[in-house]
Design a protein around this ligand. Structure first.
Ligand code: NAP
Length: 453
């Protein structure tokens, strides 16, 4: 770790400026941390000009001093003593991930007067309010642009640019791994396991892809976006979460057949009679005409609907070392500039305290795929169940069993694809339960929500 002439009690030291650099500590030197170090080094002149002071990297905390590192990282800066390092910096950048020790170190940094930047969605989604409270009490900045959708500027637009508007809905493809997997299934006909394996080979999916395919990563991001969009505290536990593991090649083929594409969506929206909020992550059919349908491969996009602004879409790379580092550096320059010129970033805005409702209160549409006995009167029985729950049917499509996808043709069986109008998720779920109990329905092949209509 380096030291400067005005080292010692940072609070007593003169403000950073022409004569004193902004001291930056980076916690973590993995995929993102390494690229942050690289940008700090290669862009030093420009960053200094934009900040009004040099950004001096005073240390990089890691677990292992022996591990192999990119040569861009000066080994003399490495330390395993993150707790001491955070107290020597004006801005601490946390890129370790996980809940602890990241939370403890950020709180320690804040308590010592440092502003903090983090990309840690898991921590923010689990315990963001604790960090906000601490930063507010200490009068320092807390920035986290990279925690949602990597390089895509979405936190700042929702938190600041739309502060004068009323956001009604946020629909996001915020997990590149699952988008890549679903895209592969749609374009090549691979089944889920094969597509995940392919994603792992290309480095788009972790060796253990659970957090991505089960939707947990997207749920953390959904909680962060919902909190910002609706000025209400929303934690991961408030988010209804379904991953993509139940999807089959046949679901994907049917989606294509009906003019849709399957996406894992994070949705935060106002819903219910009391203008509450529902936040959910699940696979959904998106019409090919919707802008989110064109988001291919590992890309991310967030579609925001606001009363005055109308529809906005933010698109780009949601992960990767360099793209994520771009978002981190944007936050770092802003926090550092405040150190030099004065000023402070936004604090938590949770004044609205909207009620957060369960998925049952979400208003959505379903596509229900049934295998039924191929005889007259079946459609009427099915329609009666829907009507009994006040769920109105928009379209019914009938096909020979196995007409699309991997199914086997069967002369005795037919397939019905029922698409509903909007209804509460509770009514739709009860309808599916009851329709599945009809003797003429041999199988409920799939139930998918339809979004973006
Ligand atoms: P990573 O490659 O696993 O790197 C983690 C780094 O943190 C490693 O250098 C590790 O040290 C260090 N570390 C972990 N625990 C530590 C501890 N207890 N004490 C000291 N150092 C410790 O992680 P990453 O992919 O860069 O992700 C970092 C953060 O960015 C996470 O919060 C992640 O969610 C977020 N993020 C990542 C991406 C992406 O594309 N990767 C995108 C958006 C957001 P060693 O090197 O010694 O093991």
């Amino acid at each position: 770790m380096t030291s400067t002439a005005d080292d010692g009690d940072r609070r007593g030291a003169p403000a950073p400026g022409a004569d004193r650099p902004v001291r930056v500590a980076v916690l973590g030197c993995g995929v993102v941390g390494t690229e942050v170090v690289r940008l700090l080094r290669t862009q030093a002149e420009d960053l200094a000009a934009r900040t009004g002071a040099r950004l001096e990297l005073v240390g990089v905390a890691v677990r292992s001093l022996e591990a192999e590192r990119d040569p861009v990282v000066d080994r003399d800066l490495l330390t395993t003593d993150a707790a001491t390092l955070v107290e020597e910096a004006d801005v601490v950048v946390e890129l370790m991930g996980g809940i602890e020790p990241a939370r403890g170190l950020l709180l320690r940094a804040i308590a010592s007067g440092a502003s903090v930047v983090t990309a840690n969605k898991a921590l923010l989604g689990t315990d963001g309010p604790t960090l906000y409270r601490a930063a507010d009490a200490a009068g320092v900045d807390l920035y986290f642009e990279a925690a949602v959708a990597g390089a895509i500027p979405i936190v700042r637009p929702v938190r600041e640019s739309l502060a004068g508007d009323r956001v009604t809905r946020v629909l996001g493809i915020v997990n590149g791994t699952t988008n890549y997997v679903l895209d592969q299934m749609a374009s090549t006909g691979l089944d889920l396991d094969e597509a995940v394996k392919h994603a792992q080979e290309l480095g788009y999916a972790e060796a253990d892809p659970t957090a991505d395919v089960e939707g947990h990563d997207a749920a953390a991001k959904a909680a962060i976006l919902a909190s910002l969009a609706f000025h209400t505290r929303v934690g991961i536990d408030d988010v209804h979460c379904e991953g993509i593991t139940g999807l089959t090649a046949e679901d994907v083929a049917w989606a294509n057949e009906t003019g849709h594409v399957l996406k894992l969506l994070a949705i935060a929206e106002r819903s219910g009679p009391d203008d509450g909020v529902v936040v959910r992550v699940h696979p959904a059919l998106v019409p090919l005409t919707h802008p989110l349908a064109s988001v291919r491969g590992a890309f991310n996009a967030v579609f925001v609907e606001a009363e005055a602004a109308g529809e906005l879409m933010f698109y780009g790379r949601g992960a990767g070392g360099a793209p994520t580092a771009s978002a981190v550096l944007g936050d770092l320059v802003t926090a550092a500039r405040h150190r030099v010129l004065g000023g402070k970033g936004p604090v938590e805005s949770s004044y609205a305290e909207l009620p957060v409702h369960p998925i049952a209160d979400a208003v959505t549409r379903y596509q229900v795929h049934l295998r039924v006995a191929d005889r007259s009167g079946v459609l009427a029985q099915v329609a009666q169940v829907f009507a009994g729950h006040d769920v109105s049917i928009e379209t019914v499509r009938q096909a020979r069993a196995g007409a699309v996808g991997a199914g086997t043709a069967d002369a005795e069986q037919a397939e019905l694809l029922v698409v509903t109008h909007a209804a509460t998720d509770a009514a739709l779920a009860a309808t599916v339960r009851d329709v599945g109990e009809l003797p003429v329905v041999t199988h409920v092949l799939s139930v998918l929500r339809v979004e973006g209509v």
